[in-house]
Design a protein around this ligand. Structure first.
Ligand code: NAD
Ligand code: UDP
Length: 324
């Protein structure tokens, strides 16, 4: 029988990176499901404002800490969800060593916390473990094509190391672990200046600036709306599956097409301009979601056209100087 989010036994969940884009949505969903949530964040790419609506919630707490240095949470813990990490390419290139640290030391600290409390641990990994993939779409069995000395390695290898730590703690220390490989995810709550394609295109279109397509725009991504992703993460947390599971929307678009769709959906007259392709930028990306479908009964249900509407509305409010 297919899993549902309601299969998650309510408990006390520590969410590292809880004040980030995905983390803040996940905190809200866990609270709805009856969990008590402790978000831990150092605000390097997130902000307390992302969870300001939860301040005062009787089952929510926000702690400021760099989880690469230490992760101390008093009291019982049932789940540790490790999402802390810069995630946008400009962010992780600006925070290169910090990104490596949070994938390695931060993951260890999160695993140690889980182990010490008998809590289940979930790692937020990424489709970037597949690098610039030769196999398309990407199944979990693919080992990837990552340049270990390229600029993106600070993120890709940090996450590959995080997966290796997670499996080592499982195999050698008895930790109860889950690994989700997240494909490009978007939605309200993203930072307009985080440098990723959707925030850039949306903000550019809404403020009358040119939309900056890198390279010739023929590279592809497959974009998942954040509510779909959060549903999949909760199901994986509730499941018994120890090996990595891809979560993403297989609807694949070129970046030029994405820019055109954002421009059309905002009614913008901005032109599209072409800028140099960043080094090692993956040519193509689409999840093989067979495992998510068979193990979790999960698949993305929000098509891009539908998910773009509330996302563009979010960026419109911010562009007009409004609050979150
Ligand atoms: P985000 O930058 O909005 O959130 C990351 C959060 O982690 C931020 O609040 C940041 O302040 C916090 N953080 C970073 N380093 C920290 C540290 N050392 N100590 C404490 N907090 C720290 O990014 P996001 O898009 O919400 O990504 C969340 C997670 O999901 C990341 O682990 C990312 O690698 C993963 N992921 C995201 C995507 C995506 O498309 N959004 C895709 C693949 C994987
Ligand atoms: N991209 C782009 N213009 C931008 C920002 C990004 O063409 O203003 C491209 C980028 O080169 C990549 C794709 O869009 O090919 C997705 O980039 P993003 O940073 O959103 O995610 P990631 O590269 O991590 O998948």
């Amino acid at each position: 029988m297919a899993l549902t989010a309601a299969d998650l036994r309510p408990g006390r969940a520590v969410v590292t990176g809880g004040a980030g884009f995905i983390g803040s949505h996940l905190c809200r969903r866990l609270l709805e499901l009856g969990c008590t949530v402790v978000a831990v964040d150092d605000f390097c790419t997130g902000a307390a404002a992302n969870v300001a609506d939860l301040a005062g919630h009787p089952r929510f707490e926000l702690l400021e800490a760099d989880v690469s240095a230490t992760l101390e949470v008093a009291g019982g813990v049932d789940y540790v969800l490790h999402l802390a990490s810069p995630a946008s390419p400009p962010d992780y290139l600006a925070l290169a060593v910090e990104t490596l640290d949070v994938g390695t030391r931060g993951t260890r600290n999160a695993l140690d916390l889980a182990l010490s409390r008998g809590a289940r641990f979930l790692l937020a990994s990424t489709s970037e473990v597949y690098g610039d993939p030769h196999l398309h779409p990407q199944p979990e069995s693919y080992w990837g094509n990552v340049n270990p000395v390229g600029p993106r390695s600070v993120y890709d290898e940090a996450k590959r190391g995080a997966e290796a730590y997670t499996m080592a703690y499982r195999r050698h220390r008895g930790a109860d672990t889950r690994i989700v490989r997240i494909f490009n995810t978007y939605g309200p709550g993203m930072r307009p200046n985080d440098g990723r394609a959707i925030p850039n295109f949306a903000t550019q279109a809404l403020t009358g600036q040119p939309l900056t397509v890198y390279g010739d725009g023929s590279q592809t991504r497959s974009l998942c709306f954040v509510s779909d992703l959060v549903e999949g993460i909760v199901r994986l947390l509730a499941s018994d599956e120890p090996m990595p599971v891809n979560l993403g929307n297989p609807e694949e678009v070129t970046m030029l097409e994405l820019a055109q769709r954002v421009r059309a959906a905002t009614g913008s007259a901005s032109e599209i301009v072409f800028r140099p392709l960043p080094e090692d930028d993956p040519r193509q990306r689409r999840p093989d979601t067979t495992r998510a479908r068979t193990i979790l009964g999960w698949e993305a249900v929000v098509p891009l056209a539908e998910g773009l509407a509330p996302t563009l509305e979010w960026f419109r409010r911010l562009a007009e100087g409004g609050s979150r």
